[in-house]
Design a protein around this ligand. Sequence first.
Ligand code: IMP
Length: 215
Amino acid sequence: MSGHRLLQGKVVIATHNQGKLREMRELMAPYGVDLVSAGELGLPEPEENGHMFSENAAIKAVASAQASGLPAIADDSGLCIDALDGAPGLFSANWAGPGKNFVPALARVQAELAKRGATTSDKRRGHFVSALVIAWPDGHQELFEGRVYGEIIHEPRGPSGFGYDPIFKPDGRAKTFGEMSSDEKHGVPDDGSEALSHRARAFQLLAAACLRLPQ
Ligand code: IMP
């Protein structure tokens, strides 16, 4: 136990990705922490040149904590597809290009799977990973990781969420992330059981270590 907690004052969400920002705001809402995004503070986006999700999350969290003098939380996440040797993985955002257009990115996933003959469910396994790092201005940092396993479906389904949500169907569910409400995708159950999404699962670990519900 580090003694580093987020009980009062502002906390930076170190992202310029609106989808992630929305989810992080929803996850943090019950804790009464005053959130500000890196975009709102005008902080630059650092180069993500790590070789693991956790390294990139640390790069973003440390950059925001140092630039703002506030504790900062960063998520680095992506979709890893078994038949594509883990791609798009760390490059999940890059596959959408500078315009962040996921129509070609989703089409590329399908094309790469087709090239490898991955037509049946068992050959279309994948998982999302979220590495969440909190960094404090004094240099202390903590890492929390969440994963969710599922299948890459053939045709995108559902208007909700962001990124690869319309082609990812988590195990045990009939809907894709794109067909789920935000509560179904990343709601944290009151009974303390495990949330569904990779980001919510990482967040549950972070909350247990660093957050307290207001009395
Ligand atoms: P980065 O962590 O900013 O490098 O970007 C992560 C990328 O992974 C996002 O731009 C999305 O393409 C993808 N991604 C991460 N989490 C999710 C999710 O919950 N749903 C859909 N796509 C996601």
